[in-house]
Design a protein around this ligand. Sequence first.
Ligand code: ADP
Ligand code: GN1
Ligand code: MG
Length: 371
Amino acid sequence: MASSENKHDMAAVAQLFDMRADFVNAHPYGSGHINDTYCAYYDQAGQRIRYIHQRLAENVFKEPVGLMENVGRVTSHAFKKLQEEGDPESYRRTLTCIPAVTGKPYAIDADGSVWRTYPFIERARTYDFITSENQCVEAAKAFGEFQKLTADLDGPPLFETIPNFHNTKSRFEFLVAAIEKDEHNRAKDVAKEIEWFMARQAEGSKVVDLLESGAIPMRVTHNDTKLNNVMLDDVTGEGVCVIDLDTTMNGSAVYDFGDMVRTATSPVGEDEVDTSKINMRMNMFEALVKGYLSSANAFLTEKERELLPFAGKLLTIECGTRFLSDYLLGDVYFKIHKDGHNLDRTRSQMALAESIESQMEAMTAVVAKYS
Ligand code: ADP
Ligand code: GN1
Ligand code: MG
């Protein structure tokens, strides 16, 4: 899971936070595509304890202060509600920001990078692909609970950390611009892929249009409900804590469900090269519907429920346009670990979307069964 080299001076980063323990060492951690994440060991009276230090990706998050205000508001609200509900594990059911020595929930290092620190959620882990139906149920239930916990967040609307994040219409426009620019001369090699996406452009505006017309509501949503953004308990398998709150802002519940379908129903990871291994497993979809509706059925509207099967397809296509755009632009947004990584990811999204397209009717029946 972790690679061994540190790109940053983690002992110096440790000094920026009010850790109240001695820094021992740190190593890169996790398989996120955006931030630089480190697991750091500290010594506290002879006990080893772990923290997560994260450097926010400045090419992605242009307004880190607004973003960290969102994280602070959402995590404090969730913690308060969990405590009121008498949850005995409220301390590990939501992220908590460790303050910097300045008292702020983030710190800025000598290079101007923005860092934050979270307690390590122990006895739980994230998964890059699913191995059991129960994991699907638990992950989806946790993301549904997160929407429920944040539904009554008071105060002004959350800061829009990445404008038009799930605006699939603009995602397509972005792809078209990347194709036209073609600054790395890569478009000629992906003519088939480009054609595949452009044939699906019209569908891309469906949810955006429904939001704009008010036919479905805006809610506080997570917006990055990828499977490896929820921690499952090592012992009970339960969804413990939803993490990666950088894109928590106003959006549609439909997007959150769609990204779960994208990341949790295929038997292989999102960069699988052998596309014959990729398919949308109906039993996993059913497990997601079961888990998600167990926490979200109470607040979803009929129209939102109706859109759940389509959401899987939409988010898979949307993510595919993002991987393909990034490939054309020279891999500037998503971290890559080999040449052509974003193209592998693009092709895997195409295969998954096709598998979803061919099963839409059965998926609709599954949603009806649990509604
Ligand atoms: P990215 O935006 O790059 O995806 P994440 O916030 O998702 O960053 O973190 C990357 C990985 O680090 C996660 O998938 C998870 O495995 C691990 N991680 C993040 N926060 C914690 C935490 N508080 N406790 C334990 N592991 C964590
Ligand atoms: C990124 O941060 P991470 O790795 O959880 C991306 C998501 C994409 C996902 C594709 C802020 O998620 O939107 O769906 O990669 N996050 C951001 O794997 O762009
Ligand atoms: Mg993540």
